[in-house]
Design a protein around this ligand. Structure first.
Ligand SMILES: *Cc1c(COP(=O)(O)O)cnc(C)c1O
Length: 397
């Protein structure tokens, strides 16, 4: 009998006890709305913002309802209006083009490389088409950020970073989310901290953050923010900015604060698991492991590999054989979107010119989640199964 894996790819760890205790205190207080605080109390949400800003060396932070809301708010704050073009990744997740569509923007998709990062040659070629780039560090892969910032700087492009998969990651000494004018993070269950839903937005810019705080629905209570700009920043903005409610509440913030305090440890644990799978897959015939840049310190909460040049039938066969042995892989390159969408031609509301080189890479991308409920030996087992099944299909074809 060949071995079979029995873990669940969607099972995260429980919320730490400190988070459960803090959540109970919020529930007992009855004060769940972020601006509902007792005299002398700051509230969990404002404290979370302060702690996250300090963690990523940002001046300001705003906690919001979701990562998608954070991105749409950032786009609004930088002034994207209906009909404006916004550059973004051809390979990312649906909430990214969705955020552009939410503000009436028109995505201009930029291709992907074999390292699964944005194609900087393609970005340079399209740099004259828009003045904003919503850059997605999709699946935690960071491009050469020095070159990206040079291209965008020269073209006068404002960069907003989608860090849904890079909370806890760095390029050199700089935290992901701190290269652009605003950085957006998700606190959704499948990301690096888990409050079910939630998002964080960071910036050093007084005007952008004042706008974002007004947009999120702060009424005239912005002075209660501990990680917001001084009140002078709101002088005009408070009259001119619509309220598009998307605040985070104290309950979610209470759950998140102990998780943030633990993030560094969790990142290590993710990377131990990532390396166990990566090692187990090395030199598998027909399978390409994704290269990581020396300047990138990543968070291995999922792993990708390429089945380059494989036909769809063979990819499906390998995935089905792994599934039969308990290993859940996702084919990001599938032509028909199943359960999620991650490629530009799935988003038919935002038509794009064809990108044959990108299509070729997209066709080969396979993805697997690595929840922390897996042990390192689980990860080694999962890698053995993938290796065996991918090799079997490759050799037969
Ligand atoms: C999850 C995700 C987001 C944001 O997701 P929300 O569910 O809105 O918090 C943004 N970008 C990518 C690449 C994601 O995977």
């Amino acid at each position: 009998m060949s071995e079979r894996f029995t873990g669940s790819f969607t099972q995260q760890e429980p919320i730490p006890q400190a988070g459960i205790d803090a959540a109970m205190r919020v529930l007992q207080s009855g004060r769940l709305h972020r601006y509902n605080v007792a005299a002398g109390e700051h509230g969990e949400t404002a404290l979370l913002e302060q702690e996250f800003a300090a963690m990523v060396d940002a001046k300001y932070c705003l906690a919001v309802a979701s990562g998608g809301y954070a991105m749409a708010t950032a786009l609004r704050a930088v002034g994207v209006k209906a009909g404006d073009k916004v550059l973004s990744n051809a390979f990312t997740l649906a909430p990214v083009p969705g955020a552009i569509a939410a503000v009436g923007g028109v995505p201009v998709f930029v291709g992907v490389t074999r390292d699964l990062t944005i194609d900087l040659d393609d970005l340079a070629a399209k740099a004259d088409q828009a003045s904003v780039l919503l850059l997605s560090h999709m699946r935690g892969h960071m491009c050469d950020m020095d070159r990206l910032m040079a291209i965008c700087g020269a073209a006068g492009i404002k960069v907003i970073e989608d860090c849904a998969h890079t909370m806890g990651a760095k390029w050199g000494d700089t935290h992901s989310g701190r290269h652009g004018v605003m950085g957006c993070y998700s606190c959704q269950t499948y990301k690096h901290v888990n409050s079910g839903e939630g998002g964080l937005l960071v910036s050093d810019d007084d005007e952008l953050m004042a706008r974002a705080i007004m947009l999120s629905g702060s009424y005239m209570l912005f002075e209660r923010h501990l990680a917001g700009p001084p009140k002078e920043a709101y002088a005009q903005i408070k009259y001119e900015t619509p309220n598009i409610s998307g605040r985070m509440d104290h309950l979610r913030a209470a759950i998140l604060r102990p998780q943030l305090a633990d993030l560094e440890t969790q990142v290590q644990r993710w990377n131990d698991r990532y390396r166990a799978v990566e090692q187990g897959l090395a030199d598998t015939p027909g399978l390409t492991v994704i290269k990581r840049h020396a300047k990138e310190s990543y968070v291995g909460s999922s792993i990708q590999f390429l089945l380059e040049g494989w036909n769809g039938e063979a990819v499906n066969a390998a995935i089905a054989r792994c599934a039969a042995r308990g290993v859940e892989l996702k084919w990001f390159g599938g032509a028909e979107p199943v359960a999620f969408t991650s490629r530009y031609d799935s988003w038919r509301y935002a038509p794009s010119e064809a990108m044959p080189g990108t299509d070729e890479i997209l066709r080969g991308i396979v993805d697997m989640r690595l929840p922390l409920t897996f042990s390192e030996s689980d990860c080694a087992q999962v890698a053995r199964i993938i290796r065996a099944e991918v090799s079997a299909v490759y050799q037969a074809s």
